[in-house]
Design a protein around this ligand. Structure first.
Ligand code: NAP
Length: 499
């Protein structure tokens, strides 16, 4: 493995002006596996200038969509042909199991690229029409310009694909800043975009800290749009920064998904869904189920079966294909998650499963934590209200439909939610009453490329995936053609003369 990386600016691999480097650590062992440049503001200036020139002076924004799409179909083929290399790298930087990277993250990401590439040729507006008799109106969708793409560590490759690919396919140019824990697959992506024939300057990568490089990049006067995926706290800050030059700001932020189990649900199906919905990506997925609201009549059965199923989850070496669950991303993140467990117990919660650091032979330096279940009736406890972003779940009981919906909606977030019931009317009503942008019925987490991934409330603005995810990176333009040929149109009397 090449373990010393560079910045990617204007099609060249260059060192940072600072000469300083950031270590990349494998969360499964705690060992340093690579180093990347610690970018500076001067590096950001160079990358933004390259993206600016590629947008303003290059041919990218004027290329037919089919030509741009060809590059991305090629990129998808390249990533697919290197699936194992990408999966291994993704696992080694993020701590997710190789099973997940190989069978889900990378193939799904390839599908996302292919979907976006095809759909970019179909961006639509209303049909051209004469909405007033003397003129014909039409809709255009134009690229916005230079897009800053700032991504988190939980799905390192997928998140940069979700942002940068639709941005570029609609004619924009990009400067990407990956999370400091997980920059390596974004740098691999830059290399493979180059292999796929991407013109210089369209895609650039700056590694470095969020506070220095991310903030400066987002606020850069030559940047037109901020596309950010990460925490709600940083998202709010970037929205304020973007307001100075009224940049378009697209935010995909935190979540705290409820999982409601009604008394008529298939409890076994709900339990299986709960284990997977809560543990996918080691409990570090913005859509993970984290708050289980279970009807009083089946509450005990649900908790007993849930804890029994959790015992079957194999925690271990992330590169072992039989491992189900890996470590958390970092030592400091594990400490943060543990703080929440203690706080939840302090606020009246009862620990019914997990909560400890498991001992994984040969991986004593890894950042492992057991899946953790806490029973509580304290809806206002921090572990019910705040995003923990780890494998820690609360279970609460309810008696009525209204109570379940009210408690489920009682958080600042609005990303994903699920309901488990066999009653169709109840399910349909709940999909309307839940103030979340995605609602699953008898399922949790699934998002096909064709469907949007939007946000309500403080989970963000805008959407990824689907054609909405492409429109996100376009300006909407109305174009009006006079068809009357008259010098004095019928409505000009409003300014002078009579009808
Ligand atoms: P984060 O701390 O907000 O960081 C995200 C990115 O922003 C990283 O690249 C980070 O750089 C950078 N950053 C940090 N501070 C910044 C600042 N002041 N200005 C500009 N950039 C800054 O989030 P995270 O811990 O990486 O990711 C977890 C969060 O992402 C969770 O809240 C999760 O729910 C959310 N998420 C949401 C979605 C969604 O679709 N809604 C998807 C995935 C993740 P450094 O790494 O250098 O700090």
């Amino acid at each position: 493995m090449n373990n010393s990386y560079k910045l990617y600016i204007n099609g060249e691999w260059v060192d940072s002006e600072s000469g300083e480097r950031i270590s990349v650590i494998n969360p499964s062992t705690g060992n340093v596996i690579a180093e990347v440049p610690k970018g500076t503001k001067a590096d950001v200036d160079h990358a933004v200038d390259a993206a600016r020139d590629a947008f303003d002076k290059g041919s990218w924004a004027y290329m037919p969509p089919s030509e741009r799409a060809k590059i991305f179909f090629k990129l998808a083929d390249i990533i697919e042909s290197k699936l194992e290399e990408y999966a291994k790298m993704e696992t080694m930087i993020s701590g997710k199991s190789i099973k997940q990277s190989t069978s889900y993250d990378i193939p799904y990401t390839v599908d996302n690229i292919r979907f976006y590439a095809g759909a970019s040729r179909l961006l639509d507006g209303k049909a051209m029409n004469e909405y007033v008799p003397e003129g014909t109106s039409s809709i255009r969708r134009d690229p916005i310009g230079v897009v800053s793409v700032i991504t988190p560590w939980n799905y390192p490759l997928m998140e940069v694909i979700w942002r940068a690919v639709p941005a570029m396919l609609t004619g924009n140019t990009v400067v990407a800043k990956p999370a400091s824990y997980t920059p390596l697959t974004t740098l691999m992506l830059a290399k493979d975009l180059e292999n796929a024939g991407m013109p210089k300057g369209v895609f650039n990568v700056i590694t470095g800290t969020g506070k220095e490089v991310g903030e400066y990049l987002a606020g850069h006067p030559k940047v037109d749009m901020i596309a950010f995926t990460g925490s709600t706290e940083v998202g709010k800050n970037l929205m304020a920064i973007g307001s100075e030059t009224l940049k378009k700001v697209s935010l995909e932020l935190g979540g705290k998904a409820p999982f409601i189990v009604f008394n008529d649900a298939d409890v076994q199906a709900a339990v299986q869904g709960a284990v997977v919905g809560g543990l996918v990506n080691n409990g570090e997925d913005c859509a993970n189920s984290t708050r289980y609201y279970v009807h009083k009549s089946i509450y005990e059965k649900f908790v007993n079966e849930l804890t029994a199923e959790l015992k079957k989850v194999r925690i271990g070496d992330t590169l072992d294909p039989e491992t189900d669950m890996g470590p958390l991303v970092s030592s400091s993140h594990r400490e943060r998650v543990e703080w929440y467990i203690n706080k939840g117990i302090e606020e009246g919660g009862k620990l019914v499963y997990g909560g400890k650091r498991p001992n994984i032979k040969g991986h004593e330096g890894g950042f492992y934590l057991e899946p953790t279940v806490i029973e509580t009736e304290n809806q206002k406890s921090v572990i019910v209200q705040e995003e923990i972003f780890g494998p820690v779940w609360t279970v609460l009981s309810f008696e009525t439909y209204d109570e379940a919906i009210e408690k489920a909606n009682d958080v600042i977030y609005g990303l994903g939610a699920s309901v488990w019931t066999k009653d169709v009317q109840k399910a349909v009503k709940a999909t309307k009453d839940l103030k979340f942008a995605t609602v699953w019925v008898n399922e949790h987490v699934v998002v096909p490329s064709e469907m949007p991934w939007p946000s309500y409330k403080q989970s963000g603005t805008g959407a990824s995936l689907s054609t909405y995810g492409l429109e996100e990176y376009t300006y909407l333009k109305h174009v009006y053609f006079d068809i009357s040929g008259k010098q004095r149109k019928s409505w000009y009397y409003q300014i002078y003369g009579q009808k």
